[in-house]
Design a protein around this ligand. Sequence first.
Ligand SMILES: [Zn+2]
Length: 282
Amino acid sequence: MKFGDYRVEIVPDCEFRLDGGAMFGVVPRNLWSQTFPPDEQNRIRMNMNCVFIDTGSEKILIETGIGDKWSEKHRAMFGIDRKRSLDESLQTIAGVNANEVTIVINTHLHFDHAGGNTKLDQSGTPAPSFPNARYFISGAEYEHAEAPSERDRASYLAENWQPLKASGQMELKDADYEVMPGLRMETHAGHNRSMQCWRLDRGGQTLFGFADLVPTRAHVPFAWIMGYDLYPIETLEAKKTLLPRAAREGWACLFYHDPEQPLGRIVEDTGKLRPVALATLA
Ligand SMILES: [Zn+2]
């Protein structure tokens, strides 16, 4: 899809499943199950919508999905339903191979955002999946990932970033910075203290990647906040700042975990905000 003078493609990684209760926090099951019907284990279907941006001079991949380094046990636990590798999806959807990607960005280092950063080499050792890329990661998020709390430790797997550090490909970044003209990363606390959202401004349009602040279209209502969040009141504050602005300014919004409608706009309807699916950016 054209986005101003850049090209943007949504590259879904694969479907996986997490507990619906954990995904919707204090929201009762009889409400969230209307949008996300749970399976027999109370899990909901989700995806991981990575985004490829070709600026002309850089080929950028935002997020790398869940990766392929999982045991059979974990594949079953997370309902990982991989039809093709991220490499194949990148090739099919964006027409690029892993060697051509020049910048990889993670909004944070949870395994469902950074899992495809590395893959097992022939000897079974995790190695960078994008051998020619620089990997951009928030310095604060890296520090947190290296010393997480008991509450979020299970989300951080060092195999997803340590090989990049070893290869010299990891670049630690500030809380807010410009990746390329028009593409900015900005830290919004809530999911944790250091997760970043991304914002692309090109040709008078804005595309905003909410990462785990608004993981699916069902998380647009202010109080629909994940149980995983470390600081839910800060998530609420960030949503109350960003979502009305998205509605006012007509942003295209990317909901990373939405399995069906990753791209949407926010509209205000009798005082409430709701998502409207967008088929394309044009
Ligand atoms: Zn996360």
